[in-house]
Ligand binder design. Structure first.
Ligand SMILES: Cc1cc2nc3c(=O)[nH]c(=O)nc-3n(C[C@H](O)[C@H](O)[C@H](O)COP(=O)(O)OP(=O)(O)OC[C@H]3O[C@@H](n4cnc5c(N)ncnc54)[C@H](O)[C@@H]3O)c2cc1C
Length: 265
């Protein structure tokens, strides 16, 4: 009995040591972009996505895709709907983004019109099918909010690349929600050590460019004059040393702010 107990304790210790070593190796691989081991893990998702979101999703070429065919089958009778309080306004600073929400009154009208449009489009589609029009042609006026379904098979390396881009705040909200659920609820359970390393070394990390390092070095040396001169040289500042409209400068200032630092200009 004692021997059995000792054997079990020995095996548990070995497994714990192995898990500990694996975690260390995974973290090393992630830090150093040694990515091929991550390609050895594969996952297949069955997704239901509105067409406009799918259009962005399908740009990720390193997955295998098998999509529901609306030439072969009747289009899915379901479309993504927007609640009254969910209508986002066009951002002024970022041409690709949104900022703030439409008011309640506008939201109510927008949602009502959305319902009207989706119902009308579906009725016309169904009418065409009843008249014997081919599915491949009847579908052409269905809105982009119509859901499609697909099997999406991808390896872990390329999935993380997808998640890195699509969980980012610059990605459109709709696809970001999918990415967040795939990451935080699926990958986190499937490969916890990889997910932890991915969050630590990719998502919640910062990369400094040569230009940024030069300014930061001048800052840490207390050489404000040199930091400002570099800012001018990089076209971040005007001749008077004032900030110019420049995305790279703003990105640098964001990185400084994450480090609790302020730009010297
Ligand atoms: C916020 C955001 C905004 C975007 N805006 C636009 C836009 O306005 N217009 C637009 O058209 N697209 C836009 N895209 C899509 C973007 O340009 C990419 O097509 C998409 O993110 C897929 O990325 P990827 O090519 O890295 O991924 P994958 O296709 O999965 O490829 C992964 C990696 O494999 C390599 N690879 C794959 N195929 C090739 C190839 N043929 N040649 C060389 N290397 C290859 C590359 O290194 C690539 O990074 C946007 C994406 C994001 C996240």
């Amino acid at each position: 009995m004692n021997q059995l107990f000792r054997q079990r304790a020995f095996l548990t210790a070995r497994v714990q040591k192995k898990v500990h070593e694996d975690r260390g190796l995974i973290r090393y691989l992630m830090r150093h972009h040694h990515t091929t081991p991550f390609e050895m893990c594969e996952i297949k998702f069955h997704v239901r996505v509105p067409m406009d979101c799918w259009r962005q999703w399908i740009r990720h070429r390193t997955a295998n895709v098998n999509e529901y065919s609306t030439r072969y089958s009747v289009a899915i009778d379901s479309a993504q709907t927007t609640a009254e309080q969910e209508w986002r306004l066009q951002a002024s600073g970022n041409r690709q983004g949104s900022a703030g929400f439409a008011g309640d009154t506008d939201g109510k009208t927008l949602t009502e019109k959305e319902r009207y449009l989706q119902t009308l489009a579906r009725e016309i589609y169904d009418e065409r099918l009843k008249m014997g029009i081919a599915r491949e042609q009847a579908r052409k006026d269905l809105p982009l909010s119509t859901y499609t379904e697909a099997y999406w098979k991808v390896d872990l390396h390329n999935l993380l690349h997808f998640l890195y881009l699509r969980m980012d705040s610059h990605a459109q909200y709709e696809i970001r929600r999918y990415a967040e659920i795939m990451g935080h609820e699926i990958v986190a359970k499937w490969c916890p050590a990889v997910w932890e390393a991915f969050l630590d070394y990719r998502v919640n990390s910062s990369h400094l460019t040569r230009l940024e390092m030069e300014v930061l070095t001048a800052m840490t040396q207390g050489d404000k004059e040199k930091a400002v001169a570099l800012g001018k040289q990089f076209n971040w500042l005007n001749d008077a040393g004032e900030p110019k409209k420049n995305r790279e400068r703003l990105e640098f200032e964001d990185k400084l702010s994450n480090l609790g630092l302020k730009a010297p200009w």
